[in-house]
Design a binder for this molecule. Structure first.
Ligand code: DGT
Length: 142
């Protein structure tokens, strides 16, 4: 079905700690190289999307996460493919190793004001605005 629709299912995580969100920079040689994004990747054949997200964060950052509810769903057309992006709330498990840039160019914890639209793929516009308002709320609660 995925192939018939020419739509790739992609999962990404929104991890907020102390009024900052975890973002990663795409590696050189990948689609959208150099852009910042919410860590995640493609769901494999027959894989549960939440399992895919846990696998991707282990591969990219070496961290163990708990995956919560969906924050945003985005359908985006590229010239050669379509993607359906599921953004999940997630949290780093208490005994997880700290993040390391294993399969990403870099990672960073960004505040609301450090999230610049132009650093992210156009597919992220809607989720960025949701994340900014969550960070604003978290800052007020600090
Ligand atoms: P691989 O194994 O090299 O095919 O890579 P994966 O499985 O890590 O998947 P990836 O990251 O290449 O595919 C994700 C696609 O979704 C890619 O075309 C970029 C797009 N995308 C747009 N916004 C985001 C975002 O915020 N996070 C992630 N992870 N991908 C995003």
């Amino acid at each position: 079905m995925n192939n018939l629709l020419n739509t790739q299912l992609v999962v990404a995580s929104v991890i907020i700690q102390e009024a900052r969100v975890l973002v990663t920079q795409r590696a050189q040689g990948s689609h959208l190289a150099g852009k910042w994004e919410f860590p995640g990747g493609k769901v494999e054949q027959d894989e549960d999307p939440r399992d895919a997200l846990q696998r991707e964060l282990r591969e990219e950052l070496g961290i163990d996460i708990n995956v919560g509810d969906v924050l945003e769903v985005v359908f985006h057309r590229y010239s050669s493919k379509n993607i359906l992006l599921l953004f999940f709330f997630a949290s780093i498990r208490p005994h997880s190793p700290p993040p390391q840039p294993l399969e990403v160019a870099a990672f960073a914890w960004r505040t609301e004001h450090e999230l610049a639209e132009q650093d992210f793929p156009p597919a992220d516009t809607a989720v960025l605005s949701r994340v900014r308002s969550l960070l604003r709320q978290a800052t007020r609660e600090d």
